[in-house]
Design a protein around this ligand. Structure first.
Ligand SMILES: NC(=O)c1ccc[n+]([C@@H]2O[C@H](COP(=O)([O-])OP(=O)(O)OC[C@H]3O[C@@H](n4cnc5c(N)ncnc54)[C@H](O)[C@@H]3O)[C@@H](O)[C@H]2O)c1
Length: 267
């Protein structure tokens, strides 16, 4: 029988992965699929309330990626439990519904809230992971970026440019550590049905409009992003570093001509 899309069998027996923001959405699917593939999985999240219990075997670490101390703890807790760190997935990020604004309407508080997690959080996690990976002379870091980091979109004045910075983080670090056995890559999702997207559907014109925007005419599933991490962080991708994989139903190829920018109605 053919497999459902996005599902391939990988063997990650004995490999150790740490995923940030793993309690919900894309991060959760990454945790679950890596567990199924045989990996030891550590899941860091700042909020485990009101979520289904994680499958047995996943190490749960409470922590906020905007805190360098929490990031250091997440890495050392993973090492204490599993003895190594083979893969870090920087996934925890926010796109608050109240952030769909043109830049001049941003408060400093809102700007700092987004950058402290989406930009600094990725760097804090990576620097602690890199210290371990340099000792091991091996490892993979995967930044979850976004199609919105490749092109402009309406009223994502902070989130979009910061996602572009996450893309360049992966390129910069990928080049910097390429001779030390460490690969750094990124995966850029298009619209994926998660709690984040459900919370921002109104700002994006509703579910049907969002689905229609992609050439495939649908919103993606978290499993389809998890599947991309399984490949790009696998040993089979050993010559892949400092680059990005778009998993976006084709939206990036279409953007400028098919969905021309028109100014928002509100100032
Ligand atoms: N869903 C999409 O359409 C989409 C599209 C492009 C990119 N992305 C990216 O994919 C990643 C996951 O998005 P999602 O849609 O699954 O989000 P989500 O909001 O559904 O889940 C994010 C998880 O991260 C946790 N988290 C948030 N801030 C944290 C912090 N500072 N420290 C630790 N945990 C934290 C949350 O508690 C939550 O469990 C993000 O990087 C997002 O920018 C998502």
């Amino acid at each position: 029988m053919p497999r459902p899309s996005g599902q391939v069998t990988y063997n990650n027996t004995g490999r150790v992965i740490l995923v940030t923001g793993g309690a919900r959405g894309i991060g959760r699917s990454i945790c679950e699929q890596w567990l199924t593939s045989g990996a030891h999985v550590a899941c860091m999240d700042r909020d485990f309330t009101d979520v289904e219990e994680l499958p047995a075997g996943i190490l749960r670490i409470v922590g906020d990626t905007s805190s360098d101390e929490d990031c250091e703890h997440a890495v050392s807790r993973t090492i204490a439990e599993f003895g190594a760190l083979d893969v870090l997935v920087n996934n925890a990020a926010i796109q608050p519904p109240d952030s769909y604004l043109p830049l001049h309407q941003y408060s400093v508080e809102l700007w700092n809230r987004i950058t402290s997690i989406n930009l600094s959080g990725y760097a804090f996690m990576a620097r602690h992971a890199l210290r371990v990976m340099l000792q091991q002379q091996s490892g993979v870091i995967c930044n979850i970026c976004s199609a919105q980091g490749h092109r402009t979109a309406r009223e994502v004045a902070a989130y979009g440019p910061i996602k572009a910075a996450n893309l360049l983080q992966a390129k910069q670090w990928g080049v910097e550590y390429a001779r030390q056995g460490i690969r750094v890559v990124s995966v850029s999702p298009g619209a994926i049905m998660t709690p984040m997207v459900r919370a921002t559907l109104a700002a994006q014109g509703g579910e049907a409009a969002l689905a229609n925007r992609a050439p495939m005419g649908r919103i993606g599933a978290p499993e389809e992003i998890a599947a991309a991490t399984l490949w790009i962080c696998s040993k089979g991708a050993s010559f892949v570093t400092a680059t990005d994989l778009l998993v976006d139903g084709g939206i990036d190829a279409l953007a400028a001509f098919a969905d021309p920018y028109s100014p928002p109605e509100s100032e």
